[in-house]
Ligand binder design. Structure first.
Ligand code: ASP
Ligand code: MG
Length: 456
């Protein structure tokens, strides 16, 4: 068995639904269980409807709801068999009627609890999974729709619920695994329910997590995350368009990349797969023939030192300088306490005996942070900086990577340098305006001749 997960863009229209059905049909011999996101931007729209409703903007909420209803009807009807059209219409009407009542209820209550947010946002996947199951019938795929809320059991932390793993795995093994041997099980991602049966969600982007849970629970051989890119790339495509596809990458490397803004997949979401040693593939539903990127627990050997170059844009460097820091202890603690108090995450840190530089991307509290730091140190800030992060397990046992990297950046002013404890990244900060030049030069240096595991 394998799990195939399709994101919002993969199921956003009648044409996309048809593509998904043929991708699944071509892989029936692998006994796929399918997990789907809400269609297109449905989750965003449902959240905006909920906010409008609770703020008393009832007619705006109802108008958006009507748009969303006609979007679902328009895309779903042509995707199913003629004889299934009344059924698909019925499902959509029934769900939107309930949504309409929820919206009116929220308007009366005038406030939005996390539990009500979940009640509303769950409809995206409830609808898409029912629609996808019917769309599969059109291509003769034997399907069984399973309501994820019956098998993914979570705590009560609404909008960010954590699955109760042993309950969930037991249900997946008892309910989904036997069904999946006979038919293609279709489930909505993102949603679950508490032990008391209250609808919950796993957090934004949670469908990848659902797919990993289902894969771990049914003992899948592979988890395929179908999205709209060819996989992970050797450089951030918004900075350097000529990157190669990364064929294989370890979870640890993928984690470093995700941290620095590679948005393809957040590895934390596939932890259940890592724990059970199930490989995760990133594939493109618009180009199913492309081989994608394979993420595995162990390192895959690769002659390239670097797997990918990630970037984080528009960050601010905060420099903190104090001679009192020399030979003193507790100084860093005081600094970090200030950032902590203002809930501002710090990304890269580098220190000398008398100064510390750190980068932040959220500057909402910067002014007060600086004010508090100035009580015991000199502070200056530099805006419009960018983080460049070279990632690759081979960095740790290849001498001379830093020399090659800095040699290649040809005169760009490098502001901060850090190599993390994992030693699978080399990170530094440059001015945002130098970024395209720097990334291009690094790519030429490290991917001039891509090795087999990094090829395009
Ligand atoms: N539909 C949910 C979201 O947009 C979950 C997902 O797509 O992964 O966040
Ligand atoms: Mg997604």
């Amino acid at each position: 068995m394998i799990v195939m997960k399709f994101g919002g863009t993969s199921v956003e229209s009648a044409a996309a639904l048809e593509r998904v059905a043929s991708i699944v049909k071509a892989r029936l011999d692998r006994r796929p269980a399918v997990v789907v996101s809400a269609m297109g931007k449905t989750t965003n729209k449902l959240l905006s409807i909920a906010a409008d409703a609770a703020a008393g903007r009832r007619s705006a909420a109802l108008a958006q709801l009507e748009d969303l209803r006609s979007f679902h009807l328009r895309e779903a009807e042509p995707a199913v068999l003629e004889q299934d059209r009344p059924a698909v219409r019925g499902i959509i009407e029934e769900h939107f009627q309930e949504l309409g009542e929820l919206v009116k209820g929220l308007g009366l209550v005038g406030e939005l609890s996390p539990r009500s947010v979940d009640a509303i946002s769950s409809y995206g996947e409830r609808l898409s999974s029912a629609i996808v199951a019917l769309a599969f019938r059109r291509q003769g795929i034997p399907t069984a729709h399973v309501d994820s809320r019956n098998v993914i059991i979570t705590d009560g932390h609404h909008t960010q619920a954590a699955p109760l793993l042993s309950r969930t795995y037991a249900l997946l093994a008892d309910v989904v695994a036997p069904l999946a041997r006979e038919k293609v099980v279709v489930m909505g991602g993102f949603i679950g329910s508490t032990e008391r049966g209250v609808t919950s969600t796993l957090g934004r982007g949670g469908s990848d997590y659902s797919a990993a849970l289902v894969g771990a629970g049914i003992g899948a051989k592979e988890i395929q995350i179908w999205t709209d890119v060819d996989g992970m790339l050797s450089a951030d495509p918004t900075v350097f368009p000529g990157g190669h596809r990364v064929e294989a990458i370890s979870f640890a490397e993928a984690a470093e990349l995700a941290y620095f803004g590679a948005k393809v997949l957040h590895p934390a979401t596939v932890l259940p797969a890592v724990e059970k040693n199930i490989p995760v593939l990133i594939l493109n539903s618009k180009r199913p023939e492309a081989a994608g990127t394979r993420i595995t627990a162990e390192t895959t050997s690769c002659a390239n030192v670097i797997k990918s170059i990630a970037c984080k844009h528009r960050i601010t460097v905060v420099n903190i300088h104090s001679t009192r820091m020399l030979m003193a202890h507790g100084f860093l603690k005081r600094i970090f306490e200030v950032f902590d108090r203002h809930q501002t995450p710090v990304d890269v840190v580098s220190t000398s005996e008398v100064s510390v530089s750190m980068t932040i991307d959220n500057t909402a509290r910067l002014a007060v942070i600086c004010r508090e730091l100035r009580e015991f140190a000199e502070v200056d800030t530099e805006e419009n900086q960018a983080i460049v992060c070279l990632v690759g397990e081979n960095i740790r046992h290849t001498p001379g990577v830093a020399a090659r990297a800095f040699g290649a950046t040809g005169g760009a002013n490098i502001r901060m340098i850090s190599q993390g404890a994992s030693r699978l990244n080399l990170t530094f900060v440059v001015a945002e305006q130098d970024l395209p030049k720097v990334v291009g030069a690094l790519h030429d240096e490290f991917f001039g001749e891509p090795a087999p595991a990094v090829s395009g």
